[in-house]
Design a protein around this ligand. Sequence first.
Ligand code: ATP
Length: 447
Amino acid sequence: MANGESESGHPPDLMNKLTSLCKRRGFVFQSSEIYGGVGSVYDYGPLGVELKNNLRQAWWREMVHRRADIEGLDAGILMNSRVWEASGHVEGFTDPLVECRNCHRRFRADELEGVQCPSCGMSGTFTEPRQFNLMFKTFMGPVEDEGAVAYLRPETAQGIYVNFRNVHETARQKIPFGIAQVGKAFRNEITPGNFIFRTREFEQMEMQYFVKPGTDAEWFEAWMERRMDWVRRLGITPERLRFYEHGADELAHYAKAAFDIQYHFPFGWQEFEGIHNRTDFDLSRHQEFSRKKLEYFDPASGDRFLPYVIETSAGLDRTLLVVLADAYAEEEIEGEKRVLLHLHPHLAPIKAAVFPLVKKDGMPEVARRVADSLRESLPVFYDETGSIGRRYRRQDEAGTPYCITIDGVTLEDESVTVRDRDTLRQERVPIAGLRQHLQAALEADPL
Ligand code: ATP
């Protein structure tokens, strides 16, 4: 362990540094900040929304566009409340809640270490745990009675199950095939925290893969491998990744097997994606509660069966935290400190920044022209304020892979320098070939 590093190998005090960088540079803001914020909801600023869109798109490309056997879906957040009875969430989507009788703070009993209150320090003051349902409840329509109760979905998966027949019939897929969806989910977490790690409103990227019973174990393994491979391709440090298998006592009510993909955060090893064998639990429950047949007829064998489901369930915001935490680095270059985000170029919010070396001699005009022409195909940032060193450092912090500078030589031969964020190498490239040069560099490592 290098001096000052945490056990996970991250720079010291990373979470605070990351939170402050995210706010300072416009990646992530606390929701409703001018009103003092709101419990654990975050807003994504100009750079954050680009990063999040890029990550979502990379997942979609991997899980939908690259696969003939997976279809996309975008189901509503509000659903018939019977869905949540069938899924088991009304009854069982709970965490054990205890309250400290002294300071009245509430905690998740399973996250407490010992009998001492983490807030006021008193011992033996906890109430008996009671089961607290994490679903947000509201009313659909103008009458607020029991019959109008609706829930904000706590996971996106159920929207997929209830559309199983619609998708299978309209897309004419044969088993095995999958349905993928990205969207908001809401959980009234008792103890949110660690920045965007655990929030009450978040996005999930989920895929349900429908298979013939008996082939589920094989598909489970295949999906474990594929998902880990994708996470590695994002550029996440392999030593900070591992699988964690749920023991029999930890398995969710629907699951036959479950593995988490965990990341070694500065606050410990934690899950950011789960791969679950959900058996035919969900489809059989929906079949029972809706009284609609959800069986699959296999034309080849003449068999009729309820498919088993292998689920891959990732948090978009939580994966984004993994990406940010892993990308953050502090370096010293010729006695000067720089902070940078080693983001995979496909995830970087800005692909290239364009600077005139000085704000005179016609350099700004050329630089603007270069920036405008690149903007047709790439997100580009133009900056002419401050020393060139400062402008480079600002882009390093935003994770911009390339900085293009227009200097005295440009005025003579129409070439620019292209600086690489990671190697700091600069090369001269003719303006006429610049777009192609950047595109080739970005495509060298596809996601
Ligand atoms: P945890 O044990 O952390 O509460 P979980 O096991 O309930 O999570 P799942 O229901 O398997 O999580 O959800 C799948 C993924 O959704 C998680 O791996 C995580 O990335 C994301 N996720 C779940 N809850 C939250 C939350 N409150 N905030 C942000 N992301 C979340």
